[in-house]
Design a protein around this ligand. Structure first.
Ligand code: TNX
Length: 530
């Protein structure tokens, strides 16, 4: 008698139309995805098998995610050999052409295999989540759903190395739980950078042990006069570790030499003199008594939303002791390679002093073992190919950065600013750069956005969320969704992009937003399917 393995006796079922649609609706769009069209079913008997180095936490992450949505208690085991059925995560069999972040995901009617290096597997898991019905994201678990995937093969590698979002925790402060949720939401779309804007005129948000007043006083308020807040170094480390578990690098920013009033209010000796900026976008209200402070004297705390009026004092060594201490303490608790020095809108710093500041920043950041990142204005200093420049406004700065050998992060305000209103009716947001509806947010190409910028000059794409008008998590979600998946796709996906095609996929993510409890903006430009 012929013995046949039980599994091959069963004839594979066809995939449901829903499972097929899910296979086709992944955001960011995979490099290649070939549909098989049969069905794989996850049941309570499904086993997760792990193979290779550093794969254990990924197996646990997957089990937690699936168990939460299904109510199952899936078993995890380790084996060098691929199993016949279940889900198999392997770092052992990785195809070297996938790089650090690429992955393959193969679904047969019996077995789901994700192969890659750890980061690649993590991204493969994000794709896998999207291949399941949206209910997989719901808590409490859905008990009636069947958990079917369509069979097929996906091979995926990112276009850019830097795929990020910035969260401004200075204008309004956001606690650890909010930041962790932000990390989860951006990681769902395969972003790998969280840029934290940790200081600005209105607040200083990271404990610096050698300068305690920065947080004790400088962190005590925020836009609108609320109570502000800050992270202790331990809390910051908790955020950094949480981000790392999602393959996200935290890039800390201390904005200098402008955008610095919270430090000047805390230590008057740093104050280079508050002034009305000559080229500021908004005129400083001189009648407001709480903004003025004489050079070398502490300023008042500031709770408005104007920019460009404050500066560190250049002509005192004390300032550089301060900068050194801040960069040293913050670098020591930042495992990632980057330190962002701000450098934007220093409208009342004298031009020659501004350039000298940038040159000093470059030395200090390097001496502390980090790679310097700064807003595009730093291209006026002696920067080189060790420095990364974040382009947000003026093409001339971006081009001079390239001339000096620096790479660019593309964050053009007219396209990539998450704090811009969708249209004039948006309940929060600014509009100085543009109104950015979901179609506009997606319909640009970092390469063709400016003349003279080539793909090799671009490190990646980052969407900043400034929070002058953003006070809580609901506000964050309203501005970030549904634009963020589009920025993630611009950063990740190769190939030509079409809004007409993308908007259909995005529309189908509404059910996922809902299951993830994301309070998104229902733009009329998108055919939403909840
Ligand atoms: C400009 S963009 C700023 C921020 C503001 C933002 C508001 C940049 C480097 N600086 O200080 O928060 O506009 O949209």
């Amino acid at each position: 008698m012929l013995l046949v393995a039980a599994s091959s006796c069963k004839k594979a079922k066809d995939a449901s139309p829903e499972a097929i649609a899910q296979f086709q609706n992944v955001i960011p769009k995979p490099d290649s995805a070939v549909l098989g069209g049969k069905a794989f079913e996850l049941t309570k008997e499904t086993t997760i098998t792990l193979s290779g180095a550093d794969v254990q936490p990924l197996g646990q992450y997957l089990a937690d995610m699936l168990n939460k949505g299904t109510g199952f208690e899936l078993a995890i085991k380790t084996s060098e050999k691929a199993p016949e059925s279940g889900i198999f995560l392997t770092t052992a069999a990785a195809d070297t052409t996938l790089g650090k972040e690429g992955y393959t995901l193969t679904v047969t009617d019996q077995l789901v295999t994700i192969a890659g290096q750890p980061a690649g597997i993590f991204y493969g898991l994000q794709t896998l989540r999207q291949l399941f019905p949206a209910a997989i994201e719901k808590t409490p678990a859905a008990t009636t759903a069947t958990w079917q995937l369509a069979t097929g093969t996906i091979r995926d590698v990112p276009l850019y190395a830097w795929r990020g979002s910035m969260l401004d925790v200075a204008r309004h402060f956001f606690g650890i739980d909010d930041v962790k949720r932000y990390i989860d939401l951006i990681s769902y779309y395969k972003m790998n950078i969280l840029h934290l804007h940790l200081s600005d005129d209105q607040g200083w948000r990271i404990e610096i042990k050698s300068w305690p007043q920065l947080t004790a006083h400088g962190g005590s308020t925020q836009v609108g006069g609320g109570k502000g807040g800050f992270y202790t170094q331990e809390q910051y480390s908790e955020i950094v570790a949480y981000a790392a578990s999602r393959f996200i690098t935290v890039v800390p920013e201390i904005d200098m030499p402008g955008h610095i009033n919270s430090a000047l209010a805390s230590y008057g000796e740093l104050n280079g003199g508050i002034q009305v900026p000559k080229e500021g976008r908004i005129e400083l209200d001189l009648s407001s008594p709480n903004v003025l402070g004489a050079k070398n004297k502490p300023t008042q705390l500031y709770t408005g939303i104007q920019v460009g009026f404050s500066t560190l004092r250049y002509d005192k060594e004390e300032t550089f002791r301060f900068i050194n201490d801040v960069v040293r303490e913050l670098s020591a608790i930042t495992p990632g390679p980057y330190f962002h020095v701000g450098g934007d809108e220093a409208h009342v710093t004298k031009k020659d002093e501004y350039i000298k500041f940038v040159n000093r920043f470059t030395e200090i950041v390097k001496a502390n073992g980090k790679k310097m990142v700064g807003w595009e204005e730093i291209a006026q200093g002696n920067i080189d190919n060790n420095v990364i420049v974040q382009h947000w406004n003026k093409e001339q700065h971006a081009l001079s950065a390239i001339d000096k050998g620096s790479k660019l992060i593309m964050s053009p305000a007219t396209k990539a600013y998450l704090d811009m209103q969708y249209d004039s009716t948006s309940r929060i947001g600014l509009h100085w750069a543009a109104y950015i509806d979901v179609d506009s947010a997606y319909s640009w190409d970092p390469i063709t956005y400016s003349h003279g910028i080539d793909q090799e000059d671009i490190l990646g794409v980052e969407a900043p969320l400034w929070t002058e008008t953003v006070a809580n998590m609901n506000d964050i979600e309203y501005l970030v969704f549904p634009r963020l998946p589009g920025y993630a796709e611009l950063g990740w996906s190769t190939g030509t992009k079409s809004w007409e095609e993308y908007k259909v996929r995005l529309g189908k993510h509404a059910a996922r937003f809902k299951a993830l409890d994301i309070d998104y903006y229902k733009s009329a430009k998108v055919p939403w399917v909840e």
